[in-house]
Design a protein around this ligand. Structure first.
Ligand code: UD1
Ligand code: UDP
Length: 382
């Protein structure tokens, strides 16, 4: 029997973090030939993740260009990926999440009648423009995909509602929790020297101000809070996007307890998360990781496609208005320090075993083996 060729395609930091355990699991199967294909529009952030995990891309399309538009990136990616698939004819293309790389990889595969598997399928905010363009990207990938790896019962339910056949959906948990769990098994994340508030903000609707509040308003709120609470140490690893860096440099520099740094490597970032009292973020992945670390995320967005994290003591959807963020920070700093035991076990997003279920589903697809057990039982719909 010839080995089944799987092209795992991605281009950004969060995809890399979530696909690392999946790649490692597929590499262990002698019946499979997984190849890592990177579009690499996150040249710096991607290399920062792949290096420490020892993942060497088989194909690097190197599509990074400073501040490029979505259409520039998409057109280059579809063309380059199409040529790569035509040359190597994978039996399956694997994509993750909701980025331009995921959408283009799935579309290019569909055009060539190559099946696609979608890791982290079925997340829905219900608002086509938030996050933009990610909500639309993931809906479009669902339209092309043959295998839907939904992380939770909520995402399974969303896919079923949209008419995706149940037999094509595999509820796996989110592989972000595999990556995190693998780190937690080998490293102590506690550090004596801690930041109290960790900040990450990078979404288009945040810096464009397309949500309720403005980016400047959010940044000024953080800075004002830092100035009025000099004992609270803020740490902000700033995304390399020039649309983020510009306003952050203009507004947040020169405040002694507000530290601006370059994006952190994955494990140092987890340490910063684990040792914070609160995280202010519009990130998707950070919302998923935080419950494992016992730290609440103040989600600076109007909607989230990750409602599983919104539980008492957990993440809080604070919106994008300055006043609401200020109030949320005040609430946190008036409360006694939270302990991890208060958080649900396991993490509602995953149990660290998603890679095995994804691998099992792929074997089911290729070789007709039994379906893997789901992460959580899917809700039934009449
Ligand atoms: C993309 C994803 C988004 C994800 C985010 C993670 C899409 C449509 N969006 O955001 O879902 O949350 O990545 O970070 O795919 N830059 C560098 N070096 C890097 C990375 C970025 O210089 O390593 C600069 C470039 O000028 C680049 C700009 O930042 O053009 C924007 O990058 P990024 O924010 O990653 O792109 P998005 O599409 O906004
Ligand atoms: N992350 C990191 N270093 C940083 C900031 C984030 O390693 O300085 C990790 C974080 O732990 C999470 C992922 O990057 O796994 C989230 O990426 P990002 O917020 O860029 O994208 P999103 O999840 O919003 O798509």
């Amino acid at each position: 029997m010839s080995k089944k060729r799987i092209d795992i395609v991605f281009g950004t930091r969060p995809e890399a973090i979530k696909l690392v355990p999946v790649i490692q699991r597929l590499q262990q199967d002698p019946d499979l030939l997984p190849r890592v294909v990177v579009t690499a529009q996150h040249r710096d952030l991607l290399d920062q993740i792949l290096g420490p995990f020892g993942i060497q891309p088989d194909i690097d399309l190197d599509l990074m260009q400073a501040d490029q538009s979505l259409n520039q990136l998409a057109s280059k990616a579809i063309q380059a990926l199409g040529a790569s698939y035509e040359r190597d004819r994978p039996d399956l293309v694997l994509v993750q999440g909701d980025t331009t790389s995921a959408f283009c990889a799935a579309l290019a595969a569909f055009h060539l009648d190559i099946p696609t598997g979608h890791v982290e399928a079925g997340l829905r905010s219900g608002n086509r423009k938030q996050p933009f363009p990610e909500e639309a990207n993931r809906r479009m990938v669902s339209a092309f995909a043959d295998l839907h790896f939904s992380p939770t019962a909520t995402s399974t339910a969303a896919l079923l509602r949209e008419g995706i056949p149940e037999k094509k959906i595999f509820e796996t948990g989110n592989s972000a929790i595999d990556t995190l769990t693998l780190v937690l098994e080998t490293q102590d994340l506690n550090e004596p020297d801690k930041a109290e508030v960790l900040v990450t903000l990078h979404r288009r609707e945040t810096w464009k101000g397309d949500s309720g509040g403005s980016f400047a308003g959010i940044l000024n709120t953080l800075v004002d809070f830092a100035k009025s609470h000099p004992e609270v140490h803020f740490l902000y690893p700033v995304h390399p996007n020039p649309n983020v860096r510009g306003p952050v440099s203009a507004i947040c520099q020169g405040i002694p307890n507000f530290q601006l740094v370059n994006p952190l490597d994955y494990v140092p970032f987890l340490k910063a998360m684990a040792n914070s009292r609160a995280i202010v973020s519009d990130s998707g992945g950070v919302q998923e990781e935080a419950p494992s670390l016992g730290v609440p995320v103040l989600v600076v967005r109007d909607v989230t496609e990750r409602p599983e994290g919104l539980f008492p003591g957990g993440n809080r959807l604070v919106g994008t208005e300055a006043q609401d963020l200020k109030q949320a920070l005040q609430d946190i700093f008036e409360e006694p320090r939270r302990e991890t035991q208060g958080f649900p076990q396991p993490n509602p997003f995953g149990d660290g075993q998603a890679r095995h279920r994804i691998h099992g589903a792929i074997r089911h697809f290729f070789f007709g083996e039994e379906r893997p057990e789901p992460f959580l039982p899917a809700p039934s719909f009449e």
